[in-house]
Design a protein around this ligand. Structure first.
Ligand code: 2AM
Ligand code: CA
Length: 269
């Protein structure tokens, strides 16, 4: 993808993301259908579905040779990341969307031959758009984000995590997790992986660790975070598979390996 076609693609994606966000703000004050998916807490609404369809229609019409992988399944059956692939979560943080009416995002990652080229995360209610183009830096509402500050240590770390990381479960040793919580400065839970990636890029979280995410939750975030020097692997330090669900650690490079070796590998049951 050359620079001018990538810029054009970014401008188009940005326009659609902002338009989709405006549609969500309109639709959320009208009655909507709320269903559950894999379990009683895994929510999906008619707005998630309509928003994904919005992208599918436009991408298939304007870019018939591009593939689209979307959470709600209206896109293509993507088996490999050859050519251009859009990886889209129409609403990341659906529980927040339903219960709190804030802290949810549209997440769009555009990959060419498995390389992340363009990432957009739109915090819909705050009207904040994070974006990045590979090797051109990351931006928040058009303002360039600085590289992550150099003086981060585990002692000063504010880490994004959800309750699955901490409450007794069959996957992680809670004693090791308690040692981690005592070591770091604080824990925050925002309920939208895309927003948590964006906060790591902004340097207001030093990391975000989670047991299970899907490609549409992290495709855009990885591109944005990498532009400011952050690292993303799974919780055992291996490369993330862009077409599989799995654990994720995105963090400041000063603490990434230490979190894995001293905590997450030891906690793994
Ligand atoms: P969602 O709202 O798009 O489903 C909540 O902690 C975060 O994890 C959200 O980004 C949410 O995305 C994601 N999430 C929730 N349930 C999930 C699941 N079963 N698999 C993968 N990601 C999930
Ligand atoms: Ca979603």
């Amino acid at each position: 993808m050359n620079t001018s076609s990538r810029n054009e693609l970014f401008q188009q994606a940005k326009q659609w993301v902002l338009e989709a966000g405006a549609n969500i703000r309109t639709q959320m004050i009208q009655p909507m259908e709320i269903d559950t998916k894999s379990n009683a807490n895994d929510l999906v609404t008619s707005v998630d579905k309509k928003t994904e369809q919005f992208f599918v229609e436009r991408i298939h019409q304007h870019y018939p040779d591009h593939q689209l992988l979307g959470e709600e399944g209206y896109g293509d059956d993507v088996k490999e990341l050859t050519g251009v692939t859009w990886i889209i979560d129409p609403i990341d943080g659906t529980m927040n969307f339903v219960h709190q009416k804030r802290n949810f995002a549209i997440s769009v990652g555009i990959y060419q031959d498995a390389v992340g080229e363009i990432g957009l995360i739109y915090d819909v209610m705050n009207d904040v758009l994070y974006h990045a183009l590979r090797d051109e830096g990351a931006y928040r509402n058009g303002e360039k984000l600085p590289q992550l500050k150099p003086d981060v240590t585990l002692e000063t770390t504010v880490l994004g995590m959800n309750h699955y990381m901490l409450c007794p479960n069959r996957l992680l040793d809670e004693q090791v997790m308690h040692q981690l919580v005592k070591k770091i400065r604080g824990v925050r839970t925002y309920g939208s992986a895309a927003i948590e990636f964006a906060y790591v890029a902004e340097g207001i979280l030093d990391g975000y660790a989670v047991m299970r995410l899907s490609p549409w939750d992290f495709a855009a975030g990885m591109i944005i975070v990498h532009e400011v020097g952050g690292l993303t692997t799974n919780l055992t330090g291996n490369a993330v598979d862009m077409l599989q669900s799995g654990s994720i650690l995105v963090s400041h490079p000063n603490i990434h390996q230490q979190l894995i070796e001293e905590y997450f590998i030891k906690a793994k049951k």
